[in-house]
Structure formats: structure tokens, C-alpha cells
Design a protein around this ligand. Structure first.
Ligand SMILES: [Zn+2]
Length: 469
């Protein structure tokens, strides 16, 4: 049966579309706190009906009655990726849960095995709130604006499940002709053609895809692709990529921060460059490698608690493995006052660890931008930094042939990049800057190659929180 024939679901959908998006603006800080406390208590109660949480909480001697609000979150143990993996499928849902109403979704699994969890229609409806809030924030019309999403639509990926179970059902009731989902694993020229026909207002994709699109746009392709906003989700972008893309399209390229476990965007970047967390949807913490909470503004591993939804609850979950620094509240010039992620420094598994003891999170290892900025050039079409061996770093540059002989020479740019990296990493590391024709996607990966990658296996547990970088 189509779940949208159920009046309760229809009512929830309407509430999610009409009322919830304005909550962060409407509620005063004190009211928002009350909202969080209430939502949190409800989620903990729900989690307690899920065998995995029940067992872990029981072992830790904590009961939902001990939780009066967010301040008591510290009483609850953390939940890891392995907890979810080991308890899938039966122990990550409430005992009485009818699995027919749930859908399995999975994480990408780039850093090992995927994590599988359950979502359902109500959760999916609620998960549309953060993005419609963002859309309104950018003065785009949620119903009329045209959205193109170039994503990963392999089986169990949240994008596909969302399309199959949610959009396909809602289509009959609400016009969603303004959404175009494109699989990232098709030729760039096909993507451009489809975008050109669709004329999107917003394009969401990976940094590399935006960069490739921007390159083609510069070459005169996709005349009708004139977006008002570009967004990047789940990857870091550096300032060069941002400028390169913004310059080509004449609009902003901003971050959103979604994850499969979160089910929606945890945060979004406003035009002031502030990453606003959706505080009615998530409670964020950050911990060091010994699982101690780090002070506000210090680098730590993100821990998320989902304050909405059903299916598999996510409470004090450490499995996202991103480095962040965050502040509990910030009044931003854009008009929003929310908790913010001050800096997002990428995946923990992608750290660059050198034998001289220096450690760089992948998000803090892009030093190419200042060089290209200094020479005021867009001739580098794409680049990638690869740690091949512990003390060997290759930097690959793809040059735009049309701009090769304009301004500073490629040789000079390459030498300057090498020089800058050498200063950062120290003299004992071999830096090689090479020109290549293209940057290939990693084998078996469904996502484009990240900007910074390490092929060196390092053990976990090194002290990055206190690294002076
Ligand atoms: Zn802001």
C-alpha cells in the first residue's frame, strides 16, 4: 500500500513541510533547549526498546528514567560502528518493530565494511525538514526551484532508497518534477547534457564533479546550466576548488554536511561561511582518542545524537569518524543563532601521518590554494595529493590546455607548490609534483577520488587532538 494514503502520515508530511522548517528561527534559545530536552528523552526511551541499546544501557547501569534532558547525555555510553554492525539486523530495531515498514540503508563503506541500518517513511518525511529549511534560507522556493543531485545510486544507498520508497510514492500527491537525480557513475558529458535540459537552480554533488562541471562550463558547455546555488555534501572542499567553481558558475558553492546515519543534513554552510547545525535534529559532541569530551573549539571526533525519527535510533554514535571543531552557540551575521561547526577537517582514516611525527587531517593538508591564488590563475583544472609511502608525497596536477601558456608557467607553479609543501612537512619527506592527464577514481569506489588521500596504513589511537597543526 502506498503509505501516503494513511492520514497520519499525510498529517506528519504536512507538518514537516509547513511548520518544522521554521523552528530554529521561531524558537528562542530557551525554548529550543526545552525542545531538545524533550526530543532527547523521547529518543532515549525509544532506544531502550531496541535490544542493542537496551543491553548496552543495562550493562552501564543507566535507565531512561535517569535522563531528564540533554545534560544527562554523559550518563549514556557511546555507540560505535561495530555495535551497529554486530547487531544488524534484529537487534537494532525495537522488539515489536514490523520490518515490513522499514527500509535498509547502508553507508558507503570506504573505510572498511559498510554499516547497515533501518529507516522508514515517517523518518524520511522528517528528514526533508533540514533541507527545506536550507532552501528557504537561501530564498529559493522549495516547490518551484529545480534541484539536481548528482549522487551515488548503488543498492541500499540512502539516495536510492529515498528515491524508490519516498519520492516514487509522493509523486502522485505533490509535484516533484523539480527534482533530478543523476548517477555519478556516468560520463560527464551525459551529466552535462541532462543538466542542460533540466536547468537546475541548485546542484548538489561531490567536489570533483563540481570541478569537472565548472571546467566544461568554462569551455562553453551547458549554456542553460545557470544555478543559483551549488552544494557539496560529505566531502571537504578547499578554497581553490571553491573559487574555481564559483567563478565558472557565478554563484556560491557551499557545504552541507549529511550522513547516512544522520539521515539528513546535520549542518549547512550559510553565505557567511558558518556551518550551522540543525539543533532540533541533532545534538553534537566531540571526543578525543580516549573517548573524553574535548572542550569547545578543540579538534575532536564528531559524536552525533539524532533527535528525530524512528527505525534504528542514533544516540551518542561515534561511527562517522570526522574531525571537527564546534561551538555550542554562535550568533552569525546571517541572522541565525545556532550551534556551529567551526571547522570540518575530514575523515579520520584519511590522516596524513609522517615519520617525523607530524600529523595532518586530510582537510588541513591542502596548501595549493594559496599558491594558485598568489599567481591568480585557474589553469589547474584539478589536483590531488597522495601519500604514497610514509615519507613520499605525490601531488598531481591536471592542466587546462587552453590556459597552459597564459600567465605564470606550469613549471613555476609546480616548483612553488613543492616549496610550500616541503616547508610544511619538513626536509625529510620527498615531495614530487607531477602533471597528469586525469585523476582517476579509486578502484571499486562509487564516489569520485578525494582531494587528499593516504595509501599508508597507520594505526589508530595516535594523538591528533593535541597536534599543533
Ligand atoms: Zn550564518
Amino acid at each position: 500500500m502506498n503509505p501516503f494514503l494513511n492520514p497520519i502520515i499525510v498529517a506528519k508530511t504536512l507538518k514537516s513541510f509547513l511548520i518544522d522548517p521554521s523552528r530554529t528561527k521561531r524558537l528562542k534559545p530557551e525554548q529550543l533547549k526545552q525542545y531538545q530536552d524533550k526530543a532527547f528523552k523521547k529518543i532515549v526511551k525509544y532506544a531502550y526498546t531496541v535490544p542493542m541499546y537496551h543491553d548496552i544501557y543495562k550493562k552501564a547501569g543507566v535507565h531512561p528514567n535517569d535522563i531528564r534532558g540533554i545534560k544527562d547525555i554523559v550518563k549514556l555510553p557511546f555507540i560505535t560502528k561495530n555495535d551497529l554492525r554486530n547487531n544488524f539486523p534484529d537487534k537494532i530495531l525495537p522488539l515489536n518493530y514490523n520490518k515490513k515498514n522499514g527500509f535498509v540503508i547502508s553507508t558507503g563503506g570506504t573505510s572498511g565494511k559498510s554499516v547497515f541500518l533501518y529507516t522508514d517513511i515517517t523518518t524520511m518525511i522528517q528528514s526533508t525538514v533540514p533541507s527545506s529549511r536550507e532552501t528557504r534560507f537561501f530564498n529559493l522556493n522549495t516547490r518551484k526551484s529545480r534541484f539536481a543531485h548528482i549522487g551515488n545510486f548503488s543498492p541500499y544507498r540512502i539516495d536510492l532508497v529515498f528515491e524508490e520508497k519516498f519520492y516514487s510514492n509522493i509523486k502522485r500527491f505533490i509535484s516533484i518534477n523539480n527534482i533530478l537525480n543523476l548517477d555519478v557513475n556516468q560520463p560527464m558529458t551525459d551529466i552535462v547534457k541532462k543538466l542542460d535540459d533540466f536547468k537546475p537552480d541548485v546542484i548538489m554533488s561531490y567536489p570533483t564533479i563540481h570541478q569537472n562541471l565548472a571546467f566544461l562550463k568554462r569551455k562553453g558547455y551547458g549554456k542553460n546550466i545557470q544555478p543559483k546555488l551549488l552544494t557539496v555534501g560529505g566531502s571537504m572542499i578547499d578554497d581553490y576548488v571553491r573559487r574555481y567553481v564559483e567563478d565558472a558558475f557565478g554563484c556560491r558553492l557551499l557545504n552541507i554536511y549529511p550522513s547516512v546515519e544522520a539521515g539528513t543534513n546535520i549542518a549547512f554552510e550559510c553565505s557567511e561561511g558558518t556551518w550551522h547545525i540543525h539543533p532540533d535534529y541533532f545534538y553534537i559532541e566531540a571526543i578525543d582518542e580516549h573517548s573524553n569530551l574535548v572542550p569547545y573549539g578543540k579538534r575532536g571526533q564528531i559524536v552525533i545524537t539524532r533527535l528525530y525519527g524512528q527505525g534504528t535510533p542514533i544516540v551518542r554514535y561515534t561511527g562517522m569518524e570526522d574531525w571537527i571543531r564546534f561551538l555550542p552557540v554562535k550568533k552569525c551575521n546571517c541572522g541565525l543563532t545556532t550551534p556551529v561547526i567551526e571547522s570540518f577537517e575530514g575523515r579520520m582514516g584519511a590522516n596524513i601521518v609522517l615519520s617525523n611525527g607530524k600529523i595532518f587531517p586530510s582537510g588541513a593538508f591542502c596548501f595549493i590554494e594559496p599558491v594558485l591564488n598568489k599567481f591568480n590563475t585557474f589553469k589547474v583544472k584539478q589536483y590531488q595529493i597522495v601519500q604514497k609511502e610514509i615519507d613520499k608525497i605525490d601531488i598531481f596536477l591536471v592542466i587546462d590546455e587552453d590556459l597552459r601558456n597564459v600567465g605564470t608557467s606550469v613549471k613555476e607553479i609546480a616548483e612553488e607548490i613543492k616549496h610550500v609543501y616541503q616547508q610544511k612537512v619538513g626536509p625529510d619527506v620527498i615531495i614530487t609534483v607531477k602533471e597528469v592527464d586525469e585523476i582517476k577514481n579509486p578502484k571499486d569506489a562509487s564516489k569520485p577520488a578525494p582531494i587528499v588521500i593516504s595509501q599508508v596504513k597507520t594505526k589508530n589511537g595516535y594523538d591528533i587532538g593535541n597536534s599543533a597543526l
